[in-house]
Design a protein around this ligand. Structure first.
Ligand code: SIN
Length: 365
């Protein structure tokens, strides 16, 4: 199925008939004077399934992610305007599997700029679910405010029967407007659950309850249309980190090497040859490394290319388990999964390539 402009227009018209997506209208401007009592929330849209359109309303798997603009998403949920004065901005319009550092930096700089404005109370970012956890953790480390920053996505396209996007978006605006969401780091809301950016991961390829924080748990829920928190992270975030994107135009290259039977170290060597400034090893069990790969990783570490040990097991921390790893300067990722360990290593490398200092960061963030 090719998504021509005509087809998408037809989809929007049929979707508006069934009531899930209304024709595009401009987002409500922030009128301070008339609506003083409502918080001001800016929605930064990046695409994803929440903005996806399929050929028919029963189709939940073959669709174009990011087909719809922010104004169309907002028009489908007029109830949002009872909660907050909202303004939408289209930062990107992509499927999040193609997310880039360039978009991350643009997003982070725009968020920091907006949050400095005393008239802005919170930010919502609409995002594809595939890399939502990565963007959330990146923003958790580089945005500089205690105001709520909320990521939201959906598992069913906007054109689907029982699309989950509209309620998720309403919940995100409620969360971004709520004083209880302040100071808790970047948050993720989908399927009535609130997750912290550091610990949440996409656990299911298709289901609406895909975001979980394995073992560490949800921070709270949307209960009766209101956010209720039960806990918060002890790890540093936002205002408390040393990372600053103001003058950054790129991030150091960090590759993830995925361990498996017969791994022979060639991919680790290839990462170094490709110019990696750091490597994350997604090991087996407690971050274990194939005997034939370890020498390549020790060699990288000796050359000043820090190596972080994480695990492709989905639960539990990666902690010290071999004197040889420690002697060769390998860094433990703790409970950060490989894709999040990669982000912390990238940001850490903007400060230092000393394994001891990087190791401290993995304990702190
Ligand atoms: C994407 O990540 O952009 C596509 C998948 C999704 O949003 O669920």
């Amino acid at each position: 199925m090719k998504f021509t402009k005509t087809l998408i227009a037809e989809l929007l018209i049929s979707a508006s008939v069934i009531g899930f997506v209304l024709p595009a209208v401009a987002a409500e401007p922030m009128v301070q004077t008339q609506q003083q009592e409502k918080p001001n929330v800016v929605i930064l849209a990046t695409g994803g399934t929440i903005a996806g359109a399929a050929a028919d309303k029963t189709n939940t798997t073959t669709y174009k992610a990011g087909a719809l603009g922010i104004d169309t998403l907002l028009a489908a949920v007029p109830e949002i305007h009872d909660v907050a004065n909202v303004k939408g901005e289209q930062v990107a319009q992509i499927s999040s599997n193609s997310m880039t550092t360039e978009i991350w930096l643009k997003l982070a700089k725009r968020i920091n700029e907006l949050l400095k404005n005393p008239d802005v109370d919170g930010i919502v970012i609409t995002h594809g679910t595939d890399t939502l956890e990565e963007t959330a953790y990146f923003l958790n480390l580089v945005t500089k405010s205690d105001k709520p920053v909320i990521l939201v996505g959906a598992m069913r396209p906007a054109t689907a029967i029982s699309a989950d996007g509209p309620l998720n978006l309403l919940n995100a605006v409620k969360l971004a407007s709520d004083k209880d969401a302040k100071g808790k780091g970047v948050l993720i809301v989908l399927n009535d659950t609130i997750n912290g950016a550091r610990d949440a991961t996409k656990t299911n390829t298709l289901r609406v309850d895909t975001f979980q924080s394995p073992e560490l748990g949800y921070l709270g829920y949307m209960e009766g249309g209101k956010p209720v928190f039960y806990k918060q992270t002890t790890r540093k975030h936002t205002n408390e980190t040393e990372f600053d994107v103001t003058d950054l135009n790129d991030l150091p290259r960090v590759d993830i090497i995925y361990s498996h039977v017969d791994d022979d170290g060639k991919m680790a060597e290839a990462a170094v040859a490709a110019g990696a400034k750091g490597i994350v090893h997604a090991g087996t069990g407690n971050g274990s490394i194939h005997g034939r790969t370890a020498p390549a990783l020790y060699e990288a570490s000796k050359k000043g290319i820090p190596v972080v040990r994480s695990s492709h097991a989905s639960n539990g921390p990666t902690i010290e388990n071999s004197a040889a790893y420690t002697e060769n300067g390998l860094i433990d990722s703790g409970t950060l999964n490989p894709q999040k360990a990669r982000i912390l290593l990238q940001l850490g490398l903007t400060k230092t390539n000393d394994p001891a200092k990087l190791s401290e960061m993995f304990k702190k963030y």
